[in-house]
Structure formats: structure tokens, C-alpha cells
Design a protein around this ligand. Structure first.
Ligand code: GTP
Ligand code: MG
Length: 330
């Protein structure tokens, strides 16, 4: 096989700067949700063909876009280097961070699932604040994007959590970009058009709380299941692409349903079945404990970490470790 010519090491700022993309094509690409070179780097030829770009041109465009970020065949020593770019974000609880191998990873999706009141949204709020901390305090020194499907985002909580960490709440709220999603289509649209906002605001954490609530209420019955799964799959893939392109952490929350189980009686299962399971790289099951504010986090699936359980608590100050004092109060 002939060797590919070396790619030009050239930085392209806007999609129009890529060779072969004129203003009309750029416009079509934007309509498809590709606003940045980073996002074009993860586009498929098929997607570009859908806006009338020929196959050859589509290949060239994606290839050039890819040359600006590291997504192609690489040697494993380089892969190790890329993995070294993976950063970790603290949950606010050292024990939970430990369970996750040092915190939430960038470039992947972490899913928190559990019953109502198990702490999923509280954790999302906390992460929005923590991501703004400098790396030496477990943050990523960046902002966050919060897609809220259930209208449960509360700025009061952000202020309390920021104050507890000694951050200026006025600055902290400036670094959270918020969007309420009214339907599953709207939710999908928001992520498809998020790349520019992520880039401009230095966003390092993307939250979808909840991933499944709209899909669950809109696609009812067996006959709609296939369509729902297909749309969820596409939505999740968009999220992964954004997380990779911008080295950001991605977090989704998910409710559970209880299903009769032949062996164990009623067992709880996250919504979304295997689609969500396969696209979430790390899955954490949250549940309430008998002790009011204490929660249990169970690492259910991870690419390389063992399963395990740890406790944390939710207080007025946010997500914290359970202390000896809490233990003695039992
Ligand atoms: P659903 O979205 O309904 O599925 O639940 P969730 O898992 O998102 O629950 P959420 O994170 O909203 O947790 C709510 C729980 O967090 C409450 O029941 C409280 O126990 C706790 N919580 C929320 N806000 C505060 C607060 O200001 N102070 C304290 N101490 N606890 C709080
Ligand atoms: Mg919630």
C-alpha cells in the first residue's frame, strides 16, 4: 500500500480555513452542527455527504481536520502519551475519587444512575463548581456546560458550594453555561450545536441531567423502542466526540426502573439498556443509605477499575467525605 503523504502541520482556526470548504459548504456544515475544526475531525464521511459534499472532498476535509487534533492511527507509545492527556476531576469526596481511580476522567462519559433523591443532580452541581478549581485542587481550571432536562438546576446550590470551597460565587456562576432542554429533540439539538460554546468558554465539563427522562416519556411502548435507542445512541456519540475533541469530562445521569428478576426478585436497572451501557465508559450506581445524608456509590462498570462501593454525604456545603464524627453518630 502506498504511504499517505505527510499531513501538513497547520492550524486551522475556522472551518472555512480548511482547504476545499467555501462559505456555502461552511454554512451547511454549521446547520449540521459542525461549527469548529475540532468537531469536523470526528465527523463521518457519510455525515458530510448528507450536505452534498462529495465523498472525495469529505475524506479530504475530515483528514485535514483530524491533522489538527490527535485522532488517527497512532503508535502505542503515542497512545500512552495521549492517555497522559486524560485529566481527572474531583467529585468533592476523596473516597469517591479513589473508587473512580482518582476522579472523573476527561475524554469519556461517566454515568450516575439511581433512584430519585439519590444525589445525581447534587453531584452534577458539585462537579460544575469543582471543574473550576485549579488542577492542584482536583479541578480542570475550566467552565462547565449544564444541559438540564428536568428543571432542577439551582444557582443557590452553586453559590453555597462555591463559598464552601472559598471561590467567588460571582465568578463561579459566570463559568457555567446553562441550557434547559424541553424535549428529547431539543436536547439532541443543544449538544449538536454546543461545540462553539465549549471552545469559546473553555468548557471542560459537559453535563446532561437527565440523559433519559425525555426519551423515556416520549418514546412509549415496544414499537418505539428501536427508534428511541437509535436516537439515544447518536446523542451519546455526539457527547463522546465533544469530550474527546475538547479533552472534557462528560457526565450523564439516568433513572432506574425495577424489573422482576428470576434469581434476585426485583432488581433495579438503569434506563436505556445496552446502548447507554456501552457508550458510558464508567457507570456509578448511587443509592440512599439508612443514614439520612449518607449516600452509597457503587462502581458498576469501568474499562479497567475493579467494582467497589464507597460512601459519601450530601450536606449544605455539597458533596463531602463521611467523617469519623458522622460514623460515631450512627
Ligand atoms: P432525581 O433527579 O429526582 O432522580 O433525583 P437526584 O438523584 O437527582 O437527587 P438530587 O441530587 O436532587 O438529591 C436530592 C437530595 O439531595 C435531597 O433529598 C437532599 O437529601 C439532598 N440535598 C439537596 N439540596 C440540599 C441542600 O441544600 N442541603 C442539604 N443538606 N442536602 C441537600
Ligand atoms: Mg436529579
Amino acid at each position: 500500500m502506498a504511504e499517505e503523504p505527510p499531513l501538513e502541520e497547520k492550524k486551522y482556526e475556522h472551518i472555512e480555513d480548511l482547504p476545499g470548504i467555501g462559505p456555502a459548504t461552511a454554512q451547511k456544515l454549521r446547520e449540521l452542527g459542525f461549527h469548529t475544526v475540532e468537531s469536523l475531525a470526528t465527523a463521518t464521511v457519510k455525515e458530510l455527504e448528507s450536505v452534498g459534499i462529495g465523498e472525495k472532498k469529505a475524506l479530504e476535509v475530515t483528514r485535514t481536520a483530524r491533522s489538527t487534533i490527535a485522532v488517527s492511527f497512532i503508535r502505542v507509545d503515542e497512545l500512552i502519551k495521549m492517555r497522559q492527556n486524560v485529566l481527572r476531576l474531583t467529585t468533592g469526596s476523596k473516597t469517591m475519587d479513589e473508587l473512580l481511580g482518582g476522579g472523573l476522567e476527561t475524554q469519556t462519559i461517566t454515568e450516575f444512575y439511581g433512584e430519585y433523591g439519590s444525589g445525581k443532580s447534587q453531584l452534577c452541581h458539585q462537579l460544575c463548581v469543582n471543574v473550576q478549581l485549579p488542577p492542584e485542587r482536583g479541578g480542570l481550571g475550566g467552565g462547565s456546560l449544564y444541559v438540564d432536562t428536568e428543571n432542577t438546576f439551582r444557582t443557590e446550590r452553586i453559590v453555597q458550594m462555591a463559598q464552601h470551597l472559598g471561590l467567588d460565587p460571582e465568578e463561579v456562576v459566570k463559568n457555567i453555561i446553562y441550557a434547559e432542554a424541553y424535549t428529547s429533540d431539543h436536547q439532541t439539538f443543544l449538544l449538536e450545536n454546543a461545540d462553539e460554546i465549549i471552545k469559546e468558554n473553555g468548557i471542560r465539563l459537559i453535563i446532561v441531567d437527565s440523559l433519559t427522562s425525555h426519551f423515556r416519556s416520549e418514546y412509549l411502548g415496544r414499537e418505539m423502542l428501536a427508534e428511541r435507542q437509535q436516537k439515544l445512541n447518536k446523542h451519546m456519540h455526539r457527547l463522546i466526540r465533544l469530550a474527546r475533541a475538547f479533552n472534557a469530562a462528560a457526565v450523564v445521569t439516568n433513572q432506574v426502573m425495577s424489573k422482576p428478576d428470576v434469581f434476585f426478585g426485583n432488581a433495579v436497572h438503569p434506563i436505556g439498556g445496552h446502548i447507554v451501557a456501552h457508550t458510558s465508559h464508567t457507570r456509578v450506581y448511587l443509592r440512599k443509605s439508612a443514614r439520612g445524608r449518607v449516600r452509597i456509590a457503587r462502581l458498576v462498570s469501568s474499562p479497567y477499575l475493579p467494582e467497589g462501593e464507597r460512601v459519601f454525604k450530601i450536606t449544605g456545603s455539597g458533596v463531602e467525605d463521611v467523617t469519623e464524627e458522622d460514623e460515631s453518630r450512627r
